[in-house]
Design a protein around this ligand. Structure first.
Ligand code: PLP
Length: 394
């Protein structure tokens, strides 16, 4: 059966993904099982998505309840789960208003459109350019790949959208020089996830905020990977004492159901009036109910401080690993968004860890990234460290 599934998938699904040769069919908490009955501790969590683990009983129940009641009606009408979700997000954040879509890319599309529209409405249509960071990742749609600072992702899709320029992450002088009278926004991730788990230098995000204020441009933070407790704060920007004008969320927001959200202050959101933007499935009752239950669990069970504590423990263990293995160049990250950069290629270690019962992932070719569910236990982390110890010794 396993071979048939893999052969069929390789024949009928677009060949855009390189997949590992296992078929996953079931999950519970931080564990997933494949069709051969092998179990894996999941340090990928659907790429920083399933923060509360797999098959969470409360989320499953909320979904079933909502599925029996109302799945979808469009945004021609008010619905209860979407309204409550937006209210909770506003209460948890700097923002006054939320626009819902279905993915990270769609949330970033909304952010890019809003930044342009904001200045257009102020009679400054020439302010449409956005300064982004090298090694950033914002998505795969035409606008979001145009905003992404990685050539390999853009290859073959020229011409990309006009109006995006790039400066090195952490280079405030370059950013200052790149902002001009045509700039509407600076767009960045607080910690670059796909770029190799790269943290901002001390003071960088504060300087970005100051620069945006001085030069009258908007600050857009892409918290699609870093948000929802991943780094040990509800939103990563809380570590750095700044608030953006626009923030995007997706990934973990509904613990695995597809959702994206663009949050903004009232002043900026005002540019999104009736008809300015839309999405058929945006904030549909079913997905909103899952997100709402996810948020309630996170608050009630104090998941975010727990992620900080577990993340600190994990990072310390990785630092110890670095002391024992000279092939580990650097340990990076915050909370449960962690990475170890090796002094050489790291890709080959992923199937070796899988063989030993651990799902981990590799970014930028040389960095192993760990983004487990936020409910991961210290004992599960210890087991992974033991595995890495063996693998790196070899
Ligand atoms: N922005 C960041 C920071 C991401 O990490 C990702 C996905 O990895 C995206 C945007 C794109 O999200 P999606 O794949 O849901 O479109």
């Amino acid at each position: 059966m396993t071979d048939t599934i893999m052969r069929t998938a390789d024949r009928v699904i677009a060949a855009t993904y390189r997949r590992f040769p296992i078929v996953l069919e079931r999950g519970e908490g931080c564990t997933v099982w494949d069709t051969q009955g092998r179990r894996y501790t999941d340090f990928v969590a659907g790429i920083a998505v399933c923060n509360l683990g797999h098959a969470h009983p409360r989320i499953a129940a909320a979904l079933a309840r909502q599925a029996r009641r109302l799945v979808h009606v469009s945004n021609l009408y008010y619905t209860i789960p979407q309204t409550e979700l937006a209210r909770m997000l506003v209460e948890q954040s700097f923002a006054d208003r939320v626009f819902f879509g279905n993915s990270g890319a769609e949330a970033n599309e909304a952010a890019i459109k809003l930044a342009r529209k904001h200045f257009n409405d102020k009679g400054m249509p020439e302010r449409f350019r956005i300064v982004c960071m090298e090694k950033s990742f914002h998505g795969r749609t035409m606008a979001t790949l145009s905003a992404t600072g990685q050539d390999k992702i853009k290859k073959g899709f020229d011409p990309v959208l006009e109006g995006f320029s790039f400066v090195p992450f952490n280079d405030i002088e370059a950013l200052n020089a790149a902002i001009d009278d045509h700039t509407c926004a600076v767009m960045l991730e607080p910690i670059q996830g796909e770029g190799g788990v790269r943290c901002p230098d001390a003071g960088f995000l504060q300087r970005v905020r100051e620069l945006c204020d001085q030069r009258g441009v908007l600050m857009i933070l892409d918290e699609i990977q870093t948000g929802m407790g991943r780094t040990g704060k509800f939103f990563a920007h809380e570590h750095y004492g700044v608030t953006p004008d626009i923030m995007t969320l997706a990934k973990a927001l509904a613990n695995g159901l597809p959702i994206g959200a663009m949050l903004a202050t009232e002043k900026v959101a005002a540019a999104f009036g009736v008809g300015a933007h839309a999405s058929t499935f945006g904030g549909t009752p079913l997905v909103a109910a899952a997100a709402l239950e996810t948020l309630k669990i996170m608050v009630e069970e104090k998941i975010v401080p727990r992620a900080l504590d577990t993340g600190n423990y994990f990072q310390e263990a990785l630092n110890q690993l670095k002391l024992r293995h000279s092939c580990v160049a650097e340990v990076r990250g915050k909370g449960l968004l962690l990475g170890i950069q090796l002094n050489g290629p790291a890709e080959a270690l992923v199937p070796v860890c899988m063989e030993k019962g651990f799902l981990v992932n590799c970014v930028q070719g040389d960095t192993l990234r760990f983004v487990p569910p936020l409910i991961i236990q210290k004992s599960e982390i210890e087991a992974l460290i033991q595995c890495l110890d063996d693998v790196l010794t070899r």
